[in-house]
Design a protein around this ligand. Structure first.
Ligand SMILES: Nc1ncnc2c1ncn2[C@@H]1O[C@H](COP(=O)(O)OP(=O)(O)OP(=O)(O)O)[C@@H](O)[C@H]1O
Ligand SMILES: [Mg+2]
Length: 256
């Protein structure tokens, strides 16, 4: 098997006295969708914000292609190939698809004007490659559906060099048809073979549909991990609800 592009070893993140991550290990491989699952407050967002350079780890290591790395800022993480698509997508609804695609990284001609035609072509083609034919990228982002916006944010991250694509709950705010569109986009990206995808979700069915490998977090710890075929549906449900510890708590609640 290929080497992991990104690894995490013994990652601890404390906020004051509170431990949000209590020693997390993770390996993500190119060409794979790694579903990161867990209940509210499990530490999923804290983990990806640490990978994205937003938070600095309290302890532990992040390795890129086996090499220990420190991200002091989101810029460092981005330069190392970590592309993060947050739930709010960081898009400006009033600006065109193309302007959003190139936001802050516009192509400028030697005369100092924007290379608009070329930018439109790139935005259109890059989105087309991963599943949407949005033929008029001069339209405002506000005219796109939620699923199309996800695809725009994903295409942008890839075009600007993401080797690890982190998607934080990309399907959670969408209707069913659009959810399937986003899953299709994820599979297209996977098909390229050179990008590792971390897919954060609460949804068992979605993770089964696209996930090659799963990691389950609860209360800042990894409580289960493995390839999709190694994890039964029953096991998956148990791990999704926080494993044995949460099971005990639920039983206790039921008995009151
Ligand atoms: N900046 C912060 N300061 C203090 N505590 C924090 C901070 N960020 C997160 N936490 C706490 O860390 C824990 C994990 O939060 P996190 O947002 O990572 O969970 P999550 O798995 O993403 O949950 P959700 O599914 O609700 O998005 C929570 O108890 C949260 O309150
Ligand atoms: Mg979260």
């Amino acid at each position: 098997m290929a080497e992991p592009y990104l690894s995490v070893r013994g990652l601890v993140k404390r906020f004051g006295p509170f431990t949000a991550l209590a020693g997390v290990d993770l390996d993500v491989y190119p060409g794979e969708v790694h579903a990161l699952l867990g209940d509210n407050g499990a530490g999923k967002s804290t983990l990806i914000k640490t990978l994205a350079g937003v938070h600095q780890p309290t302890e532990g290591q992040i390795l890129i292609e086996g090499k220990p790395t420190e991200f002091r800022s989101p810029r460092d993480a981005s330069a190392a190939g970590i592309g993060t698509v947050y739930q709010d997508l960081a898009l400006n609804q009033l600006l065109s698809v193309t302007r959003n695609f190139f936001m802050g990284r516009e192509l400028i001609s030697p005369l100092g004007t924007m290379r608009t035609k070329e930018m439109n072509e790139i935005a259109h083609n890059e989105m087309l490659k991963i599943g949407i034919d949005f033929s008029d990228p001069t339209q405002a982002v506000g005219t796109m559906s939620g699923g199309q916006r996800q695809t725009l944010a994903i295409a942008r991250a890839i075009y600007f060099g993401a080797k690890v694509l982190i998607l934080d709950e990309p399907t959670s705010a969408l209707g069913q048809k659009q959810q399937m569109g986003v899953l299709k986009t994820i599979k297209r990206v996977r098909q390229r073979g050179d990008i590792a995808i971390i897919f954060i979700t609460h949804n068992e069915i979605h993770s089964r549909l696209v996930g090659d490998r799963f990691t389950f977090l609860a209360l800042g710890k990894v409580i289960g991990a493995g390839a999709s075929e190694e994890i039964s549906d029953t096991e998956m449900r148990r791990l999704m609800s926080g494993g044995a510890e949460m099971g005990d708590l639920k039983q206790e609640l039921a008995s009151i």
